[in-house]
Design a protein around this ligand. Sequence first.
Ligand SMILES: Nc1ncnc2c1ncn2[C@@H]1O[C@H](COP(=O)(O)OP(=O)(O)O)[C@@H](O)[C@H]1O
Ligand SMILES: [Mg+2]
Length: 265
Amino acid sequence: METIREDNSLTLNKLKTKIEVKGLRLSFGTKEVLKGIDIKIPEKSIVALIGPSGCGKSTLLRSMNRMHDLTPSAKITGEIFLDGESIMGKKNDVTSIRKKIGMVFQRPNPFPKSIFKNVAYGLEINNLAKNGKAKSIVEEALKDCYLWDEVGDNLNRSALDMSGGQQQRLCIARTIAVQPEVILMDEPCSALDPISTAKIEDLILKLKEDFTIVIVTHNMQQAIRTADYTGFMYLGELIEFDKTENIFHHPKEELTKRYVEGNFG
Ligand SMILES: Nc1ncnc2c1ncn2[C@@H]1O[C@H](COP(=O)(O)OP(=O)(O)O)[C@@H](O)[C@H]1O
Ligand SMILES: [Mg+2]
């Protein structure tokens, strides 16, 4: 059934912004990869970033976690704010930014340690596991990630012996254990089978109650299933950002329309 395009520019502006990216430009050497990105990520929503491979989705996401700090060729200008405060520049401590803005990667990357130690890791480095609270925090995080029933009876097992899907849920548990405010996910299901993918998507939808989530995905169905808002990127620019329903069914830009209809990328 044809639906009518709801104009959301007004609605979007009324939402509380959690992360604001303003005029962000990023070059690796002489190659400009982000060409002036402006986006406001609404609090406690799921935002998907879609677009063809190489358009800058991961680069944008990684900027929000200060991941380019150690890449000497990366030159960044513009601003990124968390709750109105800049997260850019040397004056801002990267560890405390990453405590507030956690990241989950494309391939599950548990440490070669026990399940318990993986989840407790962030608590230690952030000095959060005071008064012997680590055990209960780890248990809570594993429950939140639907892992407790599967692994709760033996947390001393190596994380590397878990299935890929379990490992990715463990990485999410490790991220949420430190109670971040934002979770960035870079194609978190691309290495997983459909059943594990469904579990992670389920989890993402639940996590939105407590966290703001930005997810990069090459899977348009995944964006439709999970995201409240979707941004379409192309060659380093954010072409369009709107309610997911509008991006897929009533895009304003011809380029967005061609992409979501599967004509390129
Ligand atoms: N560390 C890096 N050094 C040089 N070029 C990079 C680096 N990381 C990414 N790029 C380039 O930046 C562009 C955007 O990459 P990326 O953000 O990974 O795209 P996407 O996630 O949309 O596929 C690509 O052309 C990629 O080759
Ligand atoms: Mg990428």
